[in-house]
Ligand binder design. Sequence first.
Ligand code: AP5
Ligand code: ZN
Length: 214
Amino acid sequence: KRLILIGPPGSGKGTQSPIIKDEYCLCHLATGDMLRAAVAAKTPLGIKAKETMEKGELVSDDLVVGIIDEAMKKPSCQKGFILDGFPRTVAQAQKLDEMLQKQGTKIDKVLDFAIDDSILEERITGRWIHASSGRTYHTKFAPPKVHGIDDVTGEPLMQRKDDTAEVLKSRLQAFHKQTEPVIDYYKQKGVVAKLPAEKPPKEVTVEVQKVLSQ
Ligand code: AP5
Ligand code: ZN
């Protein structure tokens, strides 16, 4: 399967991705995770993206399209993939279509994580992540066994620099202005499935499974 997960910051894309990935043996390509790794490693790409990400704005289309083009060549992505956080502009969606056309494939489903903005601040400000695996926790909704420690590796958890109420405002603005039109773009192709993303994580998983079994 070739899937796209679209939704505002904190809607649950990164939480559901590993579950879908394991169930369907897909590769998980999250542009946000890849950019954060580049920032941490201080690569030329990371140095370019850092400031924009900290402001909660979108980095340039060329930059992320380049990352995805490269990542999709991995053998593990040939059977199918989950795109999490990409495409985020109509221009990115058009580029992706071109890439897939060349391979003779197309997107099977776009999962639209629909949720009210008012719920997101609590989700974002309570999030803790395990940077190397991408595992996500929440102080209230999904606490780790030991505060600040990853359940699996015992390594320390961290908070994202853009996970403040202030930066969330710009991220939401970018979502409504630049990313919502991407949902309409795929609606015209008839591949969008709307999910009730305000439900508890396990219930969202059940909804995702329903859509993917169709
Ligand atoms: P990115 O990393 O993609 O961030 P985002 O889109 O803002 O999304 P989040 O990761 O915040 O949300 P999520 O839906 O994954 O939430 P999660 O599941 O973790 O992008 C970051 C930045 O990189 C962008 O601002 C931009 O600068 C740049 N960038 C990335 N891609 C780009 C692109 N294509 N073009 C241009 N720029 C790009 O959940 C959040 C919290 O809630 C967690 O703590 C979790 O435990 C909890 N939670 C999850 N689900 C539930 C639930 N159902 N109930 C209760 N709590 C829940
Ligand atoms: Zn995420």
